[in-house]
Design a protein around this ligand. Structure first.
Ligand code: ASP
Length: 315
């Protein structure tokens, strides 16, 4: 098999256009393009899907424009607690970390758990210690903080005080990054990384590190990474639900993903989106918000990035 595909998202916490300057929009789309390039380079030379999704997520974790790694959301105490996971569709092996406070690139720690841990999910200080012991970069909390996230926390606290949380914009609320890939050998993989939602309770863990909810990959079916209020992704077991619809009902990746995002999650009135790739290399990227940072590329080498409805070529 020679076909390959990579799709990424930078969260459906995409704002009304007013929240970001034109320069920030351009920079965010450029970082999506850079993330695609990092994953594409792996897939193009015949590398593994799991290495491609990891490479793409690292770029987005390092970017201040997305809610993961540098630029992650703050919790109610003004602390960053980071969640990430990665899954190999060939073996169903997975690794995850949650509520980590010092791991510079949580997706790398998730990968290290997959490769070296007896456990599949490590939490809190133990996850930080594990990452450090594996030689991964650990940083002070200040590394993750950006002025935009500080302002978003203050704005959300003001909304809570005034009882107007529902009026908060999607970008004030949340965000996540994720990647899914099909490699030339027919294997699928997915990875997701997030700071969770703005002003989240201390110790809250979302769907991103929960395999089957925010992240899922199974060879022959699909790989998926979600974004949106994680509690509902866990309740609907979104990743596995999409895969189950495809496997049992024979739906294609676009139909199954759209059903879950547009219909199943609809009654909860939450912002939600995902990227998924099927075993045939087709890509789906449904969202029910104003926009979702997203992009995809296949072996035809046509890079596409988008924030709202309009899909653009990259570079
Ligand atoms: N899914 C993430 C969480 O609940 C947040 C998001 O994607 O907006 O932690």
């Amino acid at each position: 098999m020679t076909k390959f595909a990579l799709a990424i998202h930078g969260g459906c916490g995409v704002m009304a256009k007013l929240d970001l300057s034109e320069a920030e929009w351009i920079a965010a789309r450029r970082d999506l393009g850079r993330a695609l390039e990092a994953g594409y380079a792996v897939l193009e030379r015949g590398g593994r899907a799991i290495d491609a999704v990891q490479a793409a997520v690292v770029v987005m974790e390092d970017s201040p424009h997305f809610n993961a790694g540098h630029g992650a959301a703050l919790n109610e105490n003004g602390i960053h607690e980071l969640d990430a996971s990665i899954m190999d569709g060939e073996t169903l092996a997975a690794g995850a970390v949650c509520a980590a406070r010092h791991i510079r690139n949580p997706v790398l720690a998730a990968r290290a758990v997959l490769e070296h841990g007896d456990a599949m999910l490590l939490a809190g200080p133990a996850a930080d210690r594990f990452a450090e012991a594996r030689g991964l970069a650990v940083v002070d909390q200040a590394y993750f903080t950006t002025e935009r996230r500080r302002q978003a926390l203050a704005a959300m606290k003001a909304h809570v005080a005034a009882g107007t949380q529902v009026a908060a914009s999607e970008s004030e609320k949340h965000g996540t990054v994720g990647a899914v890939a099909l490699d030339r050998h027919g294997h699928l993989a997915a990875a997701t990384s997030t700071g969770g939602y703005n002003n989240k309770p201390d110790g809250r863990v979302g769907d991103s590190p929960v395999i089957g909810a925010g992240t899922y990959a199974r060879d022959g079916v699909c790989a998926l990474s979600g974004t949106g209020k994680g509690e509902f992704f866990i309740r609907h077991v979104v990743g596995h639900e999409v895969a189950a619809r495809m496997a049992y009902l024979g739906e294609d990746v676009k139909t199954a993903s759209a059903k879950v995002i547009m219909e199943d999650l609809k009654p909860h009135n939450i912002g939600a989106g995902l990227v998924a790739v099927g075993a045939d290399g087709s890509v789906a990227a449904p969202y029910n918000t104003d926009g979702m940072f997203r992009g995809w590329v296949t072996d035809t080498k046509e890079f596409r990035v988008a924030s709202h409805a309009e899909v653009m070529s990259y570079p």
